[in-house]
Design a protein around this ligand. Structure first.
Ligand SMILES: [Ca+2]
Length: 306
């Protein structure tokens, strides 16, 4: 039960939002003391019976200034790219930010030699352990692709705290970057011996990026646990026409992470694509998240892991 209470407490802060404290309502107000209940507990307004820890409330303007200054280049897949967009992080010197002609950047993100035996360079995100959005973003690809797109990236988790975190690795937003966001990420509780274990993928549609409504979600199976210090291939699909999201891990679809119009919240008209690491809680351990990305591709068709 202690684990359940820990999760319930941490879930209160899920999503970068100014918390609106409401009285618990009906069935949803039950503490998520079982794994299955943890998912339904995500709307924090339905759970909140205590004040949100102040350190769980991020600044609502995170990244907006940089985003507004985005120097978006003309659409161009680049030589040798068979997809609508490719980024292998080989085009800038080690230690530099991802190509500023393509990417806007917020947070501690640099291109460095890839870890884990992977040749070449990759995007290194030092995301810390407090509510932050460490993202690169661009608008050169999604508007041209219309209402749907597929993406593929390789992810390597170098350091993961054992605290509770809801994290995101990608988002798509419309022209109003404070409006509706759709995001894939995960829920992590550390999986220490003897504790409830959950390190799994999670989809969320949030009607206001910095609003209190946690919107709709889809939780992947809790097994297998997302491993650390191993390169994973992640693919996802977003469809604004049908309000649908799908996720693949190393080529296999994760059907539980499939979201299909579960809430009457329209997807945004896709404009801005985000890659990086967002956190919505503060970890008591102080252990920082550190992750890497490589080999991003975006296309109208499924990209695959080859
Ligand atoms: Ca690379």
């Amino acid at each position: 039960m202690r684990e359940g209470l820990l999760i319930a407490s941490a879930l209160l802060a899920c999503g970068p939002s100014r918390m609106v404290i409401e009285k618990p309502r009906g069935e949803d107000a039950r503490p998520p003391d079982a794994p299955a209940a943890a998912d339904r507990a995500l709307p924090p307004g339905d759970l909140a019976s205590e004040p949100t820890p102040p350190d769980a409330i991020p600044e609502p303007d995170l990244g907006i200034a940089d985003v507004a200054a985005a120097p978006d280049a003309p659409p161009d897949a680049g030589a040798g790219c068979p997809f609508r967009f490719c980024e292998d992080f080989e085009g800038v010197p080690a230690g530099a930010p991802p190509d500023p002609r393509i990417w806007s950047r917020t947070g501690n993100i640099l291109v460095e030699p890839a870890p884990g035996g992977r040749p070449g360079q990759a995007m290194h995100v030092r995301a810390g352990s407090t509510p932050t959005e460490s993202y690169v973003s661009q608008t050169r690809t999604l508007p041209a692709l219309g209402d749907t797109f597929f993406a593929r990236v390789r992810l390597y988790i170098a350091s993961r705290p054992t605290d509770f975190f809801h994290w995101s690795f990608t988002e798509a937003r419309g022209k109003d970057v404070r409006g509706t966001a759709v995001r894939y990420g995960g829920i992590s509780v550390g999986c220490q011996p003897g504790m409830f274990c959950r390190d799994s993928f999670f989809f969320q549609i949030k009607p206001l990026v910095y609003g209190p409504d946690e919107g709709g979600s889809a939780s992947d199976d809790f097994t297998p646990v997302i491993p650390e210090r191993k390169w994973l291939c992640l693919e996802w699909y977003l469809d604004a026409r049908t309000s649908e999201a799908r996720l693949w891990w190393d080529g296999e679809e994760r059907p539980k992470a499939h979201y299909l119009a579960a809430k009457p919240i329209p997807f945004p008209a896709f404009d801005r694509f985000y890659l990086g690491w967002a956190l919505y809680q503060t970890g008591a351990s102080g252990v920082p998240w550190e992750v890497w990305f490589d080999d991003l591709a975006i296309d109208a068709h499924r990209v695959g892991c080859n």
